[in-house]
Design a protein around this ligand. Structure first.
Ligand code: HEC
Length: 458
């Protein structure tokens, strides 16, 4: 009986034969542990879909209800807090897995002919995974997610020409609100997962078409079937990484950010760790031009260079010694990325609770190369009569908050939003918006950012 059903299924679907072909696929015998990274990334993405679907059963994408609905999941659903923690940490695990896989491909030269399209679909996948992680952050609509989302929107809207259009499209209005949340949610659960599925399918078809690359050091022509050796390597790697994810999620739980509170101006917005390197670079820019270059031109140039890598690489073989420029450039870029990320992590307050301590830290002197921008900002501050209500290092009136430590307490994004329209944060505030042209506005923000307890150097 069972075998008759089996035969029927087989004659109608050919599933068994397909499985046998899948497991029996011949690949170079030198394929090994380093070739398990793609499978690990794939398994993490499947886990994200599973936990994501569970969360979607209860999550409500509305600013008034999002935070509550997640708090409710954590409190009332069996293992709800654990599933949320898995989804939260799983995003970081997936970004790392895809990134490490990408690095492996660069260092082994696996992007080379005939695998150019494997490489390009892989790069696109990396972009989609990062976008998934980014759009997911806003969904809880808590303090952390709101500001991380806002920082990203600011960066995207600094793109030349299309920036304002992107901004309107992402926001669905003038500020982050109900439509922004709906749009991010649609991206997060429909558009991006759809793109992910399509790209993963293409990526795997291309992998099957060209097979995994023979290691540069392997001069033999030996082949081996995918099953059992490589199959079990994949399974071991997947088990270890998913086990690690379970441990981390169990140990640290989900993010512990409070509900959104726009009046709490001491909150320091911070992006997720994988955007920190970029965020740090952005903090060092002055003026709109530099900002556009770093925010937009730099990532765009990097993405183009990566996509063109198979054609830029003039190495004779895939061996590292034949590809020194590529290997060196990749190593330098990875080192810069990790250095900036580590620096960013070290200067971010670890938990929102630590913000007080950060504000109370001994004020650091502003760097000597104070630009003319800050000087201009100081003049705008005076012209706009900000001193009528604010104290700076003992000068001015004590009606609004003392701004002597504004540069330590307030982030760029908040300052810009606040100065443009204080009433959108605090409808009954007496503070007027800073109505000045964009150049003066930037200078004013730069000046406020320079206020760190000691008068900025002349
Ligand atoms: C009429 C008085 C008044 C004027 C003029 C004024 N502010 Fe304010 N400002 C306030 C008050 C009051 C607050 C605190 C928010 C509240 O309670 O309404 C505030 C808050 C702020 C904050 C947030 C500070 C924090 O620590 O939370 C910044 C930054 C700021 N003002 C900058 C400026 C700048 C720059 C100018 C000049 C363009 C300016 N203000 C002009 C009254 C004023």
């Amino acid at each position: 009986m069972a075998s008759r059903i089996g035969d029927w299924m087989e004659s109608r679907t050919g599933a068994l034969r397909a499985l046998r072909e899948f497991l029996g696929e011949e690949m170079p015998a030198s394929v090994g542990w380093r070739n398990t990274l793609g499978s690990v990334a794939g398994a993490l993405l499947l886990a994200q879909i599973a936990t994501g679907v569970l969360l979607a059963l209860y999550y409500v994408p509305h600013p008034e209800a999002a935070f509550e609905s997640i708090a409710w999941i954590e409190k009332n659903i069996t293992l709800g807090d654990f599933v949320r923690a898995l989804h939260y940490w799983g995003a970081s695990f997936a970004v790392v897995a895809v990134f490490v896989h990408l690095c492996r491909v660069v260092f082994t030269g696996a992007y080379r002919t005939p695998r150019e399209m494997n490489w390009i679909t892989g790069l696109a996948l990396f972009g989609v995974v990062v976008m998934l992680a980014y759009t997911g952050q806003l969904l809880p609509f808590d303090q952390m997610g709101y500001w991380a989302g806002t920082v990203g929107i600011e960066i995207a809207s600094s793109a030349p020409l299309i920036g304002p259009a992107i901004r309107t499209l992402m926001l669905g209005g003038d500020t982050v609100g109900a439509l922004t949340l709906t749009r991010f949610y649609a991206l997060h659960i429909v558009v991006l997962p759809g793109a992910l599925a399509a790209l993963v399918t293409l990526h795997l078809l291309l992998l099957r078409r060209h097979g995994p690359m023979r290691a540069a050091s392997d001069t033999s022509a030996r082949m081996a079937a995918f099953y059992p050796a490589q199959f079990f390597r994949d399974m071991v790697a997947i088990t270890l990484v998913l086990g690690g994810l379970v441990l981390v999620a169990g140990e640290y739980g989900g993010p512990k950010s409070g509900p959104l509170n726009l009046a709490d101006t001491s909150y320091q917005p911070r992006p997720e760790w994988y955007f920190l390197a970029h965020y740090e670079l952005l903090r060092w820019t002055h003026g709109a031009t530099q900002k556009t270059i770093v925010a937009f031109a730099l990532p765009a140039a990097l993405a183009l260079a990566l996509a063109a890598l198979p054609w830029l690489d003039r190495g004779r073989t895939a061996a590292m010694r034949d590809r020194k420029p590529v290997v060196a450039a990749a190593a330098v870029l990875i080192a810069i990325f990790m250095g900036l990320t580590a620096y960013g992590v070290s200067r971010m307050p670890a938990e929102p609770e630590d913000q007080e301590t950060a504000a109370a830290a001994p004020p650091t002197a502003a760097p000597d190369n104070e630009t003319a921008t800050i000087e201009l900002g100081r003049r705008v501050f005076r012209e706009q009569k900000c001193f009528n209500c604010h104290l700076v290092n003992g000068v001015g009136k004590d009606i609004g908050p003392d701004l002597s430590l504004a540069g330590l307490r307030l982030q760029d994004t908040f300052l810009r939003a606040w100065l443009k329209d204080p009433k959108s944060f605090k409808p009954d505030t007496i503070m007027p918006p800073a109505a000045v042209d964009p150049e003066k506005f930037d200078a004013l923000v730069a000046y406020l950012r320079s206020l760190r307890g000691t008068p900025p150097a002349q």
